[in-house]
Design a protein around this ligand. Sequence first.
Ligand code: GLU
Length: 280
Amino acid sequence: MRTRFAPSPNGPLHLGHAYAAIVAHDTAKARDGEFILRIEDIDGERNRPEFVEEFFRDLAWLGLEWDGEAVFQSHRLASHASAGEQLKAMGLLYPCTCTRAEIAAAATQVGPDGPVYPGTCRHREVDPENAAWRLDVTKAMTLTGPLEWRDEGAGSQAATPQIFGDVVLLRKDLPASYHLAVTLDDATDGVTLVTRGMDLFPASHVHRLLQALLGLPVPTWLHHPLLIEKDGRKLAKRRGAPSLADRRRAGEDGRAVAMALREGRFPAGLSLSQGVHQAP
Ligand code: GLU
């Protein structure tokens, strides 16, 4: 079996990331499996390469070793693009030029990531040059039929990707979006157990659909609770959670920090709900 930790270098790691990495690492090691590190560095605008070296140091400081070389999502853009072409050829993607503001104004439902895209461009002539490409989720589900996936904590789930509406799979500036890239890369990396925070639980409905459409192996999932602040909100860098790098430079013992998290000694607590997701 194989797990992974897949941080995005758009900010420093904090305790919440340390917890995610420990869950992935310890679960693999307890089952005689492998733990790999994947740097999800395709978001050109927000990506800061200098964080990557810091991530390596943070993980070493926590006492977490990954198996093999770290892999970089940005090296896989060609395979993302060809999966995108495959989905277009299947007639499942359509171009969309709506702005966030237009979507917010037209939406009648709120999904896990905010206003649900109401399908404005689904049957509209749109210049594909400057467009993002969305998955026609209803059409895709008709093709696959009902799908299931399993979370080790929450058990068997009927896939309901329609809660997001027609998600973007190819961004204007990239041959992938988070949903497409993470699903393809987990398959490429042979990940058999996807561990990550509860905030991404709903996203797994979409990933299960993509696996079915693209003929990818289906892993099991383990969504872990999230570290929260005293006010109950998800720990976040932008709300001042100290980074692991700050703690490291201040001379804290990283292995002791990791041990405290393993023993359930959290600064404020854990949230078991899926409802603390904040769109990036
Ligand atoms: N790269 C994502 C993040 O840092 C995590 C992806 C995942 O675990 O599925 O939020």
